[in-house]
Structures are given as C-alpha cells and as structure tokens.
Ligand binder design. Structure first.
Ligand code: AMP
Length: 504
C-alpha cells in the first residue's frame, strides 16, 4: 500500500514524503481509513509502530476539511502520559501539518506555565497535553475545550500505570459529548477496557505489533547477580565496544543517578534522566545521547517513556521492573521500526518473581548467561536442563551480542560458540521450527484467559508458586461490538451512517 491509496490531502502527502516515509506502516494502513471515516478507534500498538502518524495524519485532514472561524479553537485534544511523549507528539503534528496551516501546541508540567498560556492565547487547533498540567490550567479557566471534536488518548495503559486515570476521566467529563475518540494502548488491562467501554462509541479495533512480536525481535539474556555486584557487572559489560548506545533502566531516580555516576567514574560517558531533572537537563541528556557523545543513558521507566531514539544497540535492565509490561516497553527501545536489538537484564535474589512474571507475560524463557565474573551465589541461576546439543550457528545474530556473551569478564569463558546455545533448548526448538510451547500451559479454568467475575484464582506458571502478574489481554473484550453509550454522547456529525466496520 502507498500513502496515496489512503486518500490523504496533497499537503499531508508532501509532508510524509519529506520525512522519507515510503509506505504506511501497518497501523497507519489499518487505522487511517477508519479515522478519516469518523470512527472511534482502539489502537493496540506501542511506540515504534508509527502510531503517532496513524492518528495525526487523519486528525489534520479532518480538521482541515472544516473551514475555520476567525479565531482558532482547540478542536483536537491529545492526552499523553509524559512530557517527553507530549513533546514528540506535538512535534509530529507540526511536522505532518506544516503545509496545512493548522497549529499545534504542547503543555506539560515541570516548567513554568506562562509560555504555554500565551501559546494557548494565540490560538491553536491541536493541543497535546499531559493530564496534570491540563487539569491545572483548566481549573484556572485558561484552556477552552468546548470546541473539541477529536480526543486522542495516547499510551492509555501508561497513564493508568502512572496513576493518571482519574485525571483523564476528569478531563473527559468536561469535553463535548459529540466527538470522535481514539485510544491507543500497548496492552489492554481491565481498567483500560472499562474506559474504552465507557467513552468510545462502537469503536473499531486495530491491533499491530502485539507485545510478543517486539519480544521476538530482541535478543534477551539475564545475568543472575547479587545486588551489590550489579555496578561492577555493568562497568565490566560497558567495556565492550559493541555496546555503542545503551539505555540502562533503574527502578528509582536515585538509583539512576548513582549508576550514571559510577559509570562516569569508570570512564564510561553516562548521563541520568528522570523526573527530578529539569526539562532543560533532560533535553540536553537526550540530545547528547542521540548525538552519540553520551554512550550510556540511565533512566527510570517514566522518564524513558516515549523516547524515540534510533540506534540503541542495547537495553540494560539494571533493575528488573515489577510490572512485566514495562519490561516489554523497555526492550522495545532497542527494536525500533522493525530493527532487532539486544536486552540484558540483571536479576538479584529479590527479583526472581519479577523475572518469572516477565517470562509468563512474554511466554518465553530469558536465556541465562551463566559464566560471568559476578555470578550470584545467593541466587544462582536455575539448574540447566539435561539436553545439551549444539544448535546451528545463526549468521544473522548481531556480532556484538556474540562478542558480549563470549567475552571473558573475570573468569575466562571458553570460546566455544555453541556454549550459549547449549543453555537454551527453547532456542533450539524455535530454530528447528518446533512450535512446542516453552512450558506446558496450565489447564486454564477460564477459557477466555480471564478469571470469571468474582474469581480470585491467580493464573500461575505450573512450575512456580507466585502471584499472577497483571495480565494484558490484547484483542479481548471485542471493542468492535457496540458499546454502552455515554449518556448524551452523540455520533460525530460527519460520520457516515454505515461506516466500514472491520479492518478496512
Ligand atoms: P511512533 O510509533 O509514532 O513513535 O513512530 C516511530 C518512528 O517511526 C518515528 O521515528 C517515525 O518518524 C517513524 N515513522 C512513522 N511512520 C513511518 C513510515 N510510514 N515509514 C517510516 N517511518 C515511519
């Protein structure tokens, strides 16, 4: 498919051509026709799929179709979880809309409000905002939203994780009922499904790049290491020149600072990025990382959300996330736009359950690096399975990864290329085309994958006894079926009565 086939205006086609986009990504090809037809839409997609253009292009086209009054009014509101993502989405609207005459602005917290207020006063067509600052300005009666025709909730599951969902609901309650609503989310937890059910009307659902496919593209391994040895292990790994741009995740802001400092002391150029840093410092750190002068960027999940940087060779989970979906978001940073990447995780004795939850979510075992200089004695890796057959060499495997695994740290590792494969019968099975599951599926009493209402039985890995992680249910809940209508909510005025329903 070509962009021309999507019936986009010449002004938008010129902009995407200038960006060098040759063809729509799958989410763009699937979503744009529905959005141009005025449908509400649920997009199951994460960053890196081209989802921003998937909503920005049709929004710009629809806004451009209706003649503007003498004064610009906010006609599209986009809510995003973080200021970085808000800035990127705002930038995308400006880029794609540069020949349309439409204007976008961004508002977020952590900076003074006066520049944002004066941008609003000059008049904008599209407002991209984080929920907290938006509510703040709404309460000061500085953001007129009565002309909003299109609402976009971007990364809705992230807004939920970050505790913004009530703010989001408060904002929505003050929007006109008659509007087109779009919701994008990488996962569909129950609370997001409820939001979909209550604020979207007969939405079409478009799903691309489900959680598992990013996971499949990323070469993943885990180091069992004691907490106090994580820093030394990281410094050791950082000596590998094949790690040319690494994003390191820590659980806390202080942790991010400490890790960046210790890398710096060891001669590895590193910077930290997190919510306590000023906007200027965050932007500087990002641009140094983008430009290559900073090799290691150490971030918390929230700060890293929405960072779109090409060429990240490695994601390093210095701390494993306690929400398994965050692991998928994290490692997706090294597999942008279809590329493959490498993710290394450190797992200490307290993080075993997190690893198990991640393996359950992704339905695959993370390969264990057994031989390294800081192998944990407190939490040694689980015993290797008995089967030991060298797997065929994979010519497509990134060079850096092979070097990394075989490189001696403190203890020399035999340079046997089959060593790594020996640890992974699951990989052998995949390479040999066997579709065998990595472990036996538990006999599931809930055929939908979801416990019946009122049930409290956790879904467990058959081999482990631990609480069930928060499960994602992409594709469940069938938002294609007619949903309960918000009281008083009406159909978009230009929406055809018999709009196309499913997938095109
Ligand atoms: P997003 O998922 O919106 O964060 O986009 C991820 C990256 O894909 C951004 O760098 C976009 O500029 C890029 N992108 C979006 N659409 C296309 C396309 N059709 N072809 C190539 N790259 C694209």
């Amino acid at each position: 498919m070509r962009f021309e086939d999507l019936h986009l205006q010449p002004a938008l086609l010129r902009a995407v051509q200038a960006e060098g986009y040759l063809a729509p990504t799958p989410i763009q090809a699937k979503a744009i026709p529905h959005l141009l037809a005025g449908r509400d839409l649920v997009g199951l997609a994460q960053t890196g799929t081209g989802k921003t253009a998937a909503f920005a292009l049709p929004v710009l086209q629809r806004l451009g179709e209706v003649a503007q009054g003498p004064r610009r009014k906010i006609r599209c509101l986009v809510l995003t979880p973080t200021r970085e993502l808000a800035a990127q989405v705002g930038q995308s609207f400006s880029t794609y809309g540069r020949h349309t005459g439409l204007r976008a602005t961004v508002i977020f917290g952590g900076v003074g409000q006066s520049a944002q207020v004066s941008a609003l006063r000059q008049g904008v067509d599209v407002l991209v905002a984080t929920p907290g600052r938006l509510l703040d300005l709404m309460n000061q009666k500085l953001v007129p939203l009565e002309a909003v025709e299109i609402l976009v909730l971007d990364e809705a599951d992230r807004m939920l994780d970050m505790g913004f969902i009530n703010d989001v609901r408060k904002v929505i309650a003050r929007l006109p009922q008659k509007r087109q609503t779009l919701l994008f989310s990488a996962t569909m937890p129950d609370d997001i499904q409820k939001l979909v059910d209550s604020i979207l009307i007969d939405p079409v659902q478009v799903a691309v790049n489900p959680v598992s496919s990013t996971v499949d593209r990323v070469e993943q391994s885990v180091y069992f290491v004691e907490k106090n040895d994580k820093r030394s292990l990281l410094i050791d790994l950082a000596r590998d020149p094949s790690i040319s741009r690494a994003l390191v995740f820590t659980r806390t802001k202080h942790g991010a600072n400490r890790v960046a400092e210790s890398l710096d002391k060891a001669g590895v150029v590193a910077e930290a990025i997190h919510g306590n840093k000023s906007q200027g410092a965050r932007e500087r750190a990002l641009s140094n990382f983008r430009g290559g002068s900073t090799r290691f960027l150490v971030a918390t999940d929230i700060a890293a959300r929405g960072i779109d940087i090409e060429g990240i060779t490695h994601v390093i989970n210095y701390d494993l996330p306690n929400v398994p979906e965050s692991y998928v978001h994290r490692i997706g940073r090294t597999a942008r736009a279809g590329a493959s990447g490498i993710a290394l995780s450190f797992c200490d004795a307290d993080e075993r359950d997190y690893l198990a939850a991640i393996e359950r979510l992704t339905r695959r075992k993370v390969e264990v690096v057994r031989e390294h200089g800081y192998a944990s004695k407190v939490a040694p890796p689980p015993a290797e399975p008995a089967i030991k057959q060298p797997a065929p060499h994979r010519p497509s495997e990134p060079k850096g990864n092979r070097e990394l695994r075989a490189r001696p740290h403190r203890k020399p590792v035999p340079s046997n290329p089959s060593r790594r494969e020996q640890t992974s019968p699951s990989r052998q099975a995949r390479e040999q085309g066997q579709q065998k599951p990595l472990w036996k599926k538990p006999s599931n009493p809930h055929p939908t994958g979801r416990p019946a209402a009122g049930s409290d039985s956790p879904r467990q890995h058959p081999d482990r006894q631990m609480p069930s992680p928060k499960r994602a249910h992409p594709g469940r809940g069938s938002p294609q079926t007619q949903k309960t209508q918000e009281p008083g909510r009406q159909r978009w005025p230009h929406e055809p009565r018999h709009a196309p329903r499913h997938g095109g």
